[in-house]
Design a protein around this ligand. Structure first.
Ligand code: ATP
Ligand code: MG
Ligand code: FE
Length: 335
């Protein structure tokens, strides 16, 4: 089984070929970060145009690196949602055309299922499994009892973790995307500005990061008013410590309650060094296996889409040429 996967939900144009859902044969990512940087975030119109320019190049490169031809493929998979509608449509139309021309089945995949399945490219997923999904648009705890079964037990009530990182980075005059810069500053810090931890109700697995973000903005504002300089490293560490403590604390509590066999982290923010270290330490103490993919597979890529699509293919799921971009697509079980 060889799946050609395409991902264009945001600002990465990506294509990959995955063997049997677990082995990366090729994995090509063309990033647009440089084009969006000067606007401080992703500009949808620019993203779509980039995808149009890059799609064919990335597809051909994925086949070339794999040394494969379309006739060697089993199916074509593509991110159906969620994401920017104009961006999604470029990948979907490319996938439809490719599937139609070469007579291959088409599979529409959920972007977050992809982030979670990135882990299956590193070691086999074991169930029940708890996934902490932390990305630019999502922050949620997902319980999986088997392949293709997703139960969201908690999610953010306002900002996603990555969104909070990017906004705080802006306050500190760091370029987009801000996550890696905050991470680096936090590790250079000797002190942390004390910011609140937002735990919400005692039994809740939900998250909230907008209050923390406001606390950082207010701190900067108050310091400015007093004519004092903020120390960016100390602010970054204060912010990151709060995010990491709450994410880790809730993940540990959920892992205990649902007695999971494996815990994984997924999404762009799981590239965060502070978070990775804290989760590794916590689950070592808990005695529960914890995994997080290598950095390249944490941020957006098509390999993860191919990994998820393989399980969908095995479950008999097929899309058709009426497939449309679904910007607000919910994470739904296929089993
Ligand atoms: P979603 O997956 O929810 O649709 P997205 O695809 O835009 O959103 P990803 O590409 O998965 O999100 O992740 C991007 C986010 O990850 C950005 O907000 C970025 O700042 C953050 N990020 C990347 N590296 C780090 C890091 N080292 N520390 C913290 N955040 C990081
Ligand atoms: Mg991205
Ligand atoms: Fe993503």
């Amino acid at each position: 089984n060889y799946i050609l996967a395409i991902e264009t939900s945001c600002d990465e144009t990506a294509a990959a070929i995955i063997k049997n859902g677990t082995e990366i044969i090729s994995n090509v990512v063309s990033s647009q970060i440089e084009s969006h940087k000067r606007f401080g975030g992703v500009v949808p119109e620019i993203a779509s145009r980039h995808h149009v320019e890059q799609m064919t190049i990335v597809l051909e490169e994925a086949l070339k690196q794999a040394n494969m031809e379309p006739k060697d493929l089993t199916a074509v998979a593509v991110t159906e949602g969620p994401g920017l509608v104009g961006a999604l449509l470029i990948g979907i139309n490319a996938a439809k055309a490719f599937a139609f021309v070469h007579g291959l089945p088409l599979i529409g995949t959920h972007h977050i299922a992809g982030h979670i399945y990135a882990n299956n490219l590193v070691q086999p997923m074991e169930f029940p499994l708890l996934a902490l999904v932390v990305s630019g648009g999502h922050t949620e705890l997902v319980l999986m009892c088997e392949h293709g079964s997703f139960e969201v037990i908690g999610e953010t009530r306002d900002d996603a973790a990555g969104e909070a990182y990017d906004k705080v980075a802006r306050v500190l005059n760091m370029p987009y995307p801000g996550g890696p810069h905050i991470d680096r500053l936090a590790h250079e810090a000797t002190e942390a500005v004390p910011f609140p931890r937002v735990w919400l109700e005692e039994d809740s697995y939900d998250f909230s990061f907008s209050g923390l973000k406001s606390a950082v903005i207010n701190y900067k504002h108050n310091m400015d008013q007093r004519g004092e300089e903020i120390i960016a490293e100390h602010v970054a560490k204060g912010f990151q410590d709060s995010v990491v403590e709450v994410l880790t604390g809730k993940t540990v509590r959920a892992a205990r309650e649902f007695q999971v066999k494996q815990v994984i982290a997924a999404g762009g923010v799981s590239a965060n060094k502070g978070l990775r270290t804290a989760l590794e330490k916590a689950f070592k103490e808990e005695g529960i296996p914890f995994y997080v993919p290598p950095l390249k597979l944490c941020t957006d890529n098509a390999a993860m889409i191919g990994a998820a699509a393989y399980e969908m293919y095995e479950a008999g799921i097929r899309g058709n040429l009426a497939m449309n971009g679904r910007p607000g697509m919910e994470l739904m079980s296929w089993k």
